[in-house]
Design a protein around this ligand. Structure first.
Ligand code: 5GP
Length: 193
């Protein structure tokens, strides 16, 4: 997605440890126009899929997911990274290791928001080693929904996340695919949409 690549190129910051900082439009401040354009791009890629629910992981998956859910006219469920007082006591739970934060966290979802007739698009902000997506899929497996595809805003294609998900048989749409970081600059490869 050209507009997203330009935004990454002009205001993204490459940090130590192959981390891309995009706090100014995705991870802290959010650009609603860009989120809506991304929703259109995801819709175009997944146009032949029957989707009844968008699922994401808090926090940074929520903004792009909500715009997509609104356009598709379906609910959006975000998996929670901690227990809250309102979360039901028999919520589904799985453990996920975060390489960027170097710690394990628990991912929760209320099973009552899913049923076996649901056709889900899983959306996340970044795909790196694939731990977050694989964890979310592990949790969704317990709900018997059908996974129609995975939508990623920024994929770091030099890390193994995409191949892990492809090996599991998933259809992946990444709007920006980063081939490498070279001298503090982002080198893109062809995106899926
Ligand atoms: P994975 O689980 O695929 O290794 O990493 C995905 C998660 O880690 C994303 O949901 C995102 O929160 C975070 N992440 C991974 N790489 C980056 C990065 O380069 N920049 C930012 N901002 N977050 C990242």
């Amino acid at each position: 997605m050209k507009k997203l690549e330009e935004k990454i190129q002009t205001i993204g910051e490459v940090r130590d440890g192959n981390v891309l900082k995009v706090d100014s439009f995705l991870n802290h401040q959010v650009d609603p126009e860009l989120m809506d354009d991304m929703a259109v791009a995801f819709m175009e890629y997944f146009k032949d899929k029957k989707v009844t629910k968008i699922v994401t992981i808090e926090t940074s998956g929520i903004a792009p997911s909500l715009f997509l859910a609104k356009r598709l006219g379906v609910p959006m469920v975000f998996m929670k990274k901690g227990v809250s007082t309102t979360l039901c006591k028999d919520a589904l739970c799985t453990e996920v290791f975060s390489f960027t934060k170097n710690r394990t966290y628990s991912l929760y979802a209320d099973a009552s928001f899913f049923n076996e007739d649901d056709h889900v698009l899983l959306i996340d902000d970044f795909l790196a080693n694939g731990e977050a997506c694989v964890g979310a899929l592990r949790l969704l497996e317990k709900t018997k929904v059908t996974i129609e595809g995975i939508g990623i805003v920024i994929e770091k294609s030099f890390q193994p996340g995409r191949s892990r998900l492809e090996e599991m048989g998933h259809d992946i749409c990444s709007l920006a695919r980063i081939q490498a970081f070279e001298d503090g600059q982002v080198v893109f490869q062809k995106a899926d949409q």
